[in-house]
Design a protein around this ligand. Structure first.
Ligand code: AMP
Length: 115
C-alpha cells in the first residue's frame, strides 16, 4: 500500500514548507510542527511506507538506515544526555500521519511509561 498524498510526501516533494535538518537519498528529517520536547525531530523514509506494520523484509536496510539517521540527527541536535526514538503505529499506537516516521524527542528528561 502506498500513501503518496500524506503531508509528509508533500514535504518530501517540497510542496509545503518544513524545517529540514537532514536529507539524503533515502531519508529526510525535519522538526515537528507541534513539538512535545525542546528537541522534536521526525525522520522519515522517502519511500512511502504507510506504517511499521506494512514494512517488508526488503525494507530491512532502509529501516536500519532510519535508525542510524536518527542517531546522527540526535547527535547533530546536541542531545548528549540522551533522547527517545518513538514509532507510533496505527490507531492504538496514536499514529496520525500514515507515512512511517521516527520521532526523536530530547532536551528534557522524559517520563516512562508513555500514556
Ligand atoms: P504521529 O502522531 O506519530 O503520526 O506523528 C505525526 C507527527 O507529525 C505529529 O507529531 C505532528 O505534530 C507532526 N506533523 C504534522 N504535520 C506536520 C508538518 N506539516 N510539519 C512537521 N510536523 C508535522
Amino acid at each position: 500500500m502506498t500513501n503518496q498524498d500524506t503531508i509528509f510526501s508533500k514535504i518530501i516533494r517540497r510542496e509545503i514548507p518544513a524545517n529540514i535538518v537532514y536529507e539524503d537519498d533515502l531519508a529526510l528529517a525535519f522538526t515537528d510542527v507541534n513539538p512535545q520536547a525542546p528537541v522534536h525531530i521526525l525522520v522519515i523514509p522517502k519511500k512511502p511506507i504507510a506504517k511499521l506494520a506494512e514494512a517488508e523484509t526488503e525494507d530491512a536496510a532502509l529501516l536500519g538506515h532510519l535508525l542510524l539517521t536518527a542517531k546522527r540527527v540526535a547527535a547533530e541536535a546536541g542531545l548528549t544526555n540522551g533522547y527517545r526514538v518513538v514509532i507510533n503505529t496505527d490507531a492504538d499506537g496514536g499514529q496520525t500521519v500514515f507515512h512511517l516516521h521516527l520521532h526523536i524527542l530530547g532536551g528534557r528528561s522524559l517520563a516512562w511509561p508513555p500514556g
